[in-house]
Design a binder for this molecule. Structure first.
Ligand SMILES: *Cc1c(COP(=O)(O)O)cnc(C)c1O
Length: 354
């Protein structure tokens, strides 16, 4: 039986995407060859890369606005340093909203002065800092739109003169935003797009080429742009599968349509957390993530029976991250409302039994 997969990443992907991807591994476009045994320079694969790049821009409504989409390697973690390598000349601002922001800060410090404009570390990152001020003269301001581990999400982005850099690994393509307010967006594929191995980078070209340091070719956005994301052998399977997911999303009606479903899923799970006395939410209500809902049992002694019920219902991947404990239900685009319904039923069953 197919499980209800609430894993935080890698995570659930649409069934039809998995099917098409597995077919392409055996026989790609009726070529008699596997997707992963053909040249990445072949016409068939170049078309895949072009399609993936243009779909990303189309879905984000960034076509014709001076942006380039790239599929790189090294995960979002490489972007922590690559962003700084390419953009940080003197000083940059970072909003510290969790583990991933902290890691981004650590890497960026090797390239210049880092100003933490705000932090929610004092409360184990259960909220998004607000009302912080952004100093003048920053090379950029770095944000993490969704904090996968703590289950918080930025709902309102700051207006600032500084270019905005945003790690959107765990909520890209999940909600409508004015994406043109960002100058650099990056996201590891494995949370809303495809398998691990590809990282989407969307960059406004005009912000590049301003730092004085020399940049190694593999870390230089401009090199990857000039080579149309084919500077070296790209992760063909990850790019192809991401392209399939983006096609799936477009066919569903794009981000606007998926956002409606994501809102329903989040409402369903959070209303259960709030109404059911067995559970309490971790993140502050106004900052709750629509992608990762973090919650705890009020009475830890019920853990064993709740875990058994969860398993019995075919639910996978809701254990919280070790730095938060408790539970985390990740509800990425491909997770159905029905799966969330199954989880909520188990939660209310616990209340009935107790
Ligand atoms: C998972 C995650 C990362 C790390 O991604 P990798 O691709 O494993 O390097 C970074 N930022 C956020 C917000 C994430 O959720």
């Amino acid at each position: 039986m197919k499980k209800h997969n609430f894993s935080a990443g890698p995570c659930v992907l649409p069934q039809e995407v998995l099917l098409k991807a597995s077919e392409a591994v055996m026989d790609f476009n009726n070529s008699g060859l596997s997707l992963i045994e053909i040249s990445h320079r072949s016409k068939d694969f170049v078309e895949v890369m072009d399609k993936a790049r243009s779909l990303a821009l189309e879905l984000l409504d960034l076509e014709g606005k001076g942006y380039q989409a790239l599929f790189l390697q090294g995960g979002a973690s490489l972007q922590f340093l690559m962003a700084a390598y390419n953009l940080l000349e003197k000083k940059a601002g970072y909003l510290n909203t969790g583990t991933w922001s902290s890691k981004a800060i650590k890497e960026a410090k090797m390239f210049g002065e880092i100003i933490e404009v705000g932090s929610s570390k004092d409360e184990n990152f259960n909220y998004i800092p607000k009302g912080y001020s952004v100093p003048d003269g920053l090379d950029y301001l770095h944000l993490t739109s969704n904090n996968t581990i703590f289950g918080t999400q930025i709902k309102k982005f700051p207006k600032t003169e500084a270019p905005l850099v945003c790690d959107m690994s765990s909520d890209i393509f999940s909600r409508q935003l004015d994406f043109s307010q960002f100058d650099l967006i990056y996201a590891g594929a494995q949370k809303n797009m495809g398998p691990a191995g590809a990282t989407l980078v969307v960059v406004k070209e005009e912000i590049l080429g301003k730092v004085t340091r020399q940049i190694p070719s593999m870390l230089d956005y401009q090199v990857h742009i000039s080579k149309e994301s084919m500077f070296n052998t790209p992760p063909v399977f990850a790019v192809y599968t991401s392209m399939l997911t983006l096609e799936w999303l477009k066919a569903k009606g794009g981000i606007a349509a998926i956002e409606e479903i994501n809102d329903k899923k989040a409402q369903l799970v959070y209303s259960e957390i709030d109404l059911n006395p067995m559970f309490e939410g971790f993140a502050q209500k106004e900052d709750r993530s629509n992608m990762n809902a973090t919650f705890n049992l009020v009475d830890e002694k019920l853990k064993e029976s709740f875990d058994a019920m969860v398993k019995e219902a075919g639910i996978n991947g809701i254990n919280g991250h070790r730095s938060v404990g408790g539970y985390r239900a990740s509800m990425y685009n491909a997770l159905s409302l029905e799966s969330v319904g199954v989880l909520v039923d188990v939660m209310s069953e616990l209340e009935r039994k107790a």
